[in-house]
Design a protein around this ligand. Structure first.
Ligand code: IPE
Ligand code: IPE
Ligand code: MG
Length: 235
């Protein structure tokens, strides 16, 4: 029988710090290894027939970390984008970013804009990197945008429903999550895609993100294939 492939898969890429600690290395070493693994995950998703992949790279809460760690993550993003964008484009990947742009370093913002521009016509796989992203702030921004339209008289408040909110998310075309993977043993959402995860199948694994290779990703897809989705209805 044909396998059910999740159209939209999200990954909370957690465990870089513990990966580094277990090797007596500083946390940035784990982030580097984790960033390298992003490339593996994207090519695996592409080969598996996933159409949309959302990757949680940095949360609106991660600013609480020491400055040197935050700086290392922002610099790794620049490096990753410079190195990988040509190949991503060549394999048909459209790369976009979700999150709050204010507060991000100019270098990171420039690389983000360049990668989005370079890959904008690709359509084999949509990759959304969630950087300075929070699910609550995404919903608050949607509410604000709708309120502004209503205040301008462009929108009838009584017409605001789920569709209207969904249309005002960072990347509305990504749609609901079918499969949500969290590596690194924690069993929580940590403010990731609260709206989009409403009916996602959720796969938690103890594996740390840098160790989550193709076989691990395949195990998550097998889990997804074994689930019966009911969306509140009956089997
Ligand atoms: C995930 O790994 C990456 C980010 C949150 C930026 P962590 O850095 O949270 O790794 P752990 O959870 O401390 O092991
Ligand atoms: C979630 O991991 C954010 C990312 C993976 C980018 P965290 O390590 O920040 O989550 P908490 O703090 O354990 O909930
Ligand atoms: Mg963590």
């Amino acid at each position: 029988m044909e396998k059910n492939i999740p159209r939209h898969t999200g990954i909370i890429m957690d465990g870089n710090g513990r990966w580094a600690a277990s090797r007596k290395a500083i946390r940035a070493v784990g982030h580097r290894k984790g960033t390298e693994n992003v490339r593996t995950a994207i090519s695996f998703a592409r080969a598996s027939g996933i159409k949309a992949l959302s990757l949680f790279a940095f949360s609106t809460e991660n600013w609480k970390r020491p400055t040197d760690e935050v700086t290392a993550i922002m610099e790794l993003a620049v490096e990753f984008l410079a190195k990988e964008t040509p190949e991503l484009k060549a394999s048909g990947v459209r790369l976009r970013f979700a999150g709050i742009r204010e507060g991000l370093p100019a270098r990171t913002l420039n690389s983000m804009a360049a990668s989005e521009e370079a890959t904008k016509n690709e359509s084999a796989l949509d990759v959304l990197i969630c950087l300075n992203y929070g699910g609550r702030s995404e919903l608050a921004l949607a509410a604000k945008a709708l309120a502004e339209q209503a205040a301008q008289g462009e929108l009838d408040p009584s017409s605001i429903g789920e569709e209207a909110i969904a249309r005002h998310l960072f990347a509305p075309d990504m749609g609901d999550l079918d499969l949500l993977i969290r590596t690194g043993a924690e069993k929580r959402l940590s403010n990731f895609m609260l709206w989009q995860a409403a009916y996602a199948e959720i796969y938690f694994t103890d594996e740390l993100w840098p160790d989550f290779g193709e076989e691990s990703f395949q195990a998550a897809l097998d889990f997804y294939d074994s689930r019966q989705r009911r969306f509140g209805g009956l089997a």
